[in-house]
Ligand binder design. Structure first.
Ligand code: ATP
Ligand code: MG
Length: 677
């Protein structure tokens, strides 16, 4: 028997409302996700077959978590309910209905690199100048239109005209390859469901009850899919919060949630107003901030968790000190309240910001994980660049050499590399000796030999640069990054300019790390920097399976989650709102949507249960120069009286007796750190 006493009356109404469409449009932490979980359980308890239940979440992780909670509530019966993402559902559809779209059973899903290559080839075949019309832009346009289930208009000319011409050719090419792309996973099912009466009828009877979490972030094609699936029974329950719509840049339509009743006739609406997550101070901060957005559905949230601790704002002299302060304060907090590492989250706006924070928590031996992403030093581009640095600093590092000898591709294939390695073994000489003198390796073609020579010259050149005394490590690293032409490698394989910009940001962050290393140690050499990295290595892999870890993630990645203690870092203009640097990826020409940035900050604030700490830096190293930074405009939209002291950013304190002890511990920790180094 499920105990519905764990729900308030409004939540119960939403759970028991299983006839016809219903929308729960409510603020953060009001129990929307909980409603979906209980609703699935209730339906099963009412005798609905679990196989007729579909719940759609935003990420696989969210879907899995929901599955676990439902299993807790109703037991193994729940396993046959479908809990998935839109894309996974689309894939499931195509696996069954492949024939209806002309695919054969074992179709493949094209990755973005293949997709771009196909489009480039088609453009060349059709006689377009790919320098004039960047294939990536065309790829982006084709994807954009597909996700809106529209076709580019040939009459519009320019890029749209090219896309209109290439789009059907690309479709044909995919079909010839028995392949689909990511957008097809939604677009094709919609197309079939809307056109094919028999299939449409069959599928609209398959899921008698459909639930959607984070409804504010659905796009047009997802809405159409949903409508097609719900056509027969119209039992749809959507939950969401227009104030948390943060994927507009990816085509999500916040209008979907505000116009729910137009899409699902006869829809009821249920408001949830009690927030069960956060103290009132945190809630007030969020409420006041979001009031600055217009065109929103006005909601008021209250909490009976008391006023709670004051918010804190700390402004550090620079990014390094900001990160160190956060790490030290966090361990102090953990001791003060005797809580777990997993009660803490550090949130930032851009992926590249994680580097400073990861360095800082690692220095204090704080176990952490990166949620929804990869640890900075595990990111592929970072490892590639570090491999260059290692190979330059230490020619004996064969692993590094072999990682980069043909990256980017220089025509030195695996077989050639094997020949070099075998020869080195036979002769008992280090691998790099043969790189310096490829003539000594039998069986290499002249082409390969000259590529190896060029590769060696590149390394030698930078080896000399880095070892010149007083050289500017960060600048040389930047130059090297340009020389390797990572940007070209990324853009060839990735159609998403935002992601390319992110990866470039990560590379820049390595140079910034070298800059700040140099500031700390004016005589430090490249090898000293690399040694420090290995002295603070990534914690063992198996820690990812461990539960008790501090979570680091972007604001986007934090959606739906909650933590007792939240640190939101980089609360500065430039990060919040996030401004793309001019000339850095084509994202630069996208205007910033300040309202969406504000919603993102709103999402961040509302993750916090007990203590919210905001931090920023007065200056940061960017592109080898120190740049002054200003606090984020959003900071000033939060009433000052909610903060400890004021908002001036002086070192805030943890309240309580534990403070002194905290000071002592932090000091001891620093001593410990010094003695370990
Ligand atoms: P978000 O907008 O951030 O996704 P949400 O509206 O989905 O938030 P939930 O995550 O479902 O909110 O709930 C927030 C917290 O409040 C969770 O810890 C949940 O267990 C708790 N909660 C929700 N409803 C109740 C209730 N009636 N009684 C006690 N705790 C509740
Ligand atoms: Mg939720």
């Amino acid at each position: 028997m499920i105990d519905y006493a764990h729900l308030n009356p409004a939540q119960r109404r939403a759970v028991f409302h299983i006839d016809g469409p219903v929308l729960v449009l409510a603020g953060a932490g009001s129990g929307k996700t909980r409603v979906i979980t209980y609703r699935i359980a209730y339906l099963i308890e009412q005798g609905v077959s679990p196989s007729e239940i579909l719940a759609l979440s935003f990420t696989n992780k969210a879907a899995n978590e929901m599955r676990e909670r439902v299993l807790d509530l109703v037991g193994p019966l729940a396993t046959s309910a479908t809990l998935s993402t839109f894309h996974a559902l689309g894939l499931r559809f195509l696996k069954e209905e492949y024939a209806s779209v002309g695919l054969s059973k074992k179709f493949t899903i094209l990755d973005e690199g293949d997709q771009l290559a196909a489009i480039r080839d088609l453009m060349k075949d059709a006689g377009y100048d790919v320098d004039q019309y960047d294939p990536r832009t065309i790829q982006g346009l084709i994807s954009h239109y597909k996700s809106r289930l529209e076709r580019p208009d040939p009459k519009r000319g320019g890029f749209d005209g090219v896309a209109a011409h290439i789009s059907p050719l690309y479709g044909r090419r995919l079909r010839a390859m028995n392949a689909v792309d990511f957008d097809d996973l939604i677009a094709m099912p919609v197309w079939v469901l809307e056109k094919d009466k028999e299939i449409g009828y069959r599928w609209s009877g398959r899921y008698r009850h459909i639930m959607v979490d984070e409804y504010q972030d659905t796009n047009l094609s997802q809405l159409r899919l949903l409508k097609a699936l719900a056509k027969r029974y119209n039992h749809v329950c959507a939950v969401g919060d227009d104030d948390q719509s943060i994927y507009g840049w990816r085509g999500a339509e916040a209008g979907n949630i505000l116009r729910f009743d137009q899409h699902f006739a006869g829809a009821d609406r249920i408001d949830l107003t009690q927030n069960y997550r956060s103290t009132n101070r945190i809630l007030k901060a969020a409420n006041r901030l979001i009031l600055n957005n217009s065109e929103r559905h006005d909601k008021s949230l209250w909490s009976d968790l008391g006023e709670g601790e004051a918010l804190r704002y700390y402004e550090a002299p620079d990014g390094d000190q900001e990160a160190s302060w956060v790490a030290t304060d966090l361990s102090g907090c953990k001791r003060r309240d005797a809580v777990s590492w997993s009660d803490f989250a550090i949130l930032y706006r851009t992926n590249a910001q994680s580097r400073l924070l990861e360095d800082a928590v690692r220095r204090l031996d704080i176990p952490y994980r990166i949620v929804g992403g990869t640890r900075f030093y595990d990111r592929k581009e970072v490892r590639d660049l570090l491999a260059y640095l290692r190979a330059i600093s230490n020619p004996w590092d064969e692993t590094a050499l072999r990682r980069i000898i043909n990256f980017p591709a220089r025509g030195i294939g695996d077989q050639s590399i094997q020949k070099i390695a075998n020869r080195a073994q036979e002769k008992g000489v280090p691998f790099f000796r043969l790189i310096q003198d490829p003539n000594k390796v039998p069986g290499l073609t002249e082409g390969v030999r000259s590529s190896v020579r060029a590769f060696n010259e590149l390394l030698e050149h930078y080896r000399a640069q880095f070892s010149t005394s007083g050289s500017n490590l960060g600048m040389i690293c930047r130059e090297l990054t340009g020389k390797i032409d990572f940007r070209n490698v990324f853009t060839r394989t990735d159609r998403n300019p935002k992601r390319v910009a992110q990866r470039m940001d990560n590379l820049e962050e390595v140079s910034v790390a070298l800059d700040s290393f140099r500031q700390r140690e004016p005589d430090g050499k490249l090898e000293d920097y690399l040694t420090q990295l290995t002295l603070n290595p990534n914690r063992d892999e198996d820690e990812d399976e461990q539960e008790n870890l501090v979570s680091l993630m972007t604001l986007h990645g934090s959606k739906g989650l909650e933590f007792k203690y939240v640190y939101m870092v980089g609360v500065e203009e430039g990060f919040m709102p996030h401004l793309q640097m001019p000339g850095r990826g084509s994202g630069a020409d996208l205007p910033v949507d300040v309202s969406e940035e504000r919603r993102l900050v709103y999402v961040g604030i509302t993750r916090a249960q007990q203590l919210l700490t905001l931090t920023g830096a007065r200056k940061r190293l960017r592109f080898g120069r120190t740049k002054a930074r200003k606090p984020s405009r959003f900071l000033f939209e939060i009433p000052e009286e909610l903060f400890q002291g004021d908002r001036s950013g002086t070192v805030p304190e943890l309240s309580g007796d534990a403070l002194q002890e905290k000071g002592r511990n932090a000091f001891a920790e620093m001593l410990d750190l010094v003695s370990r180094e």
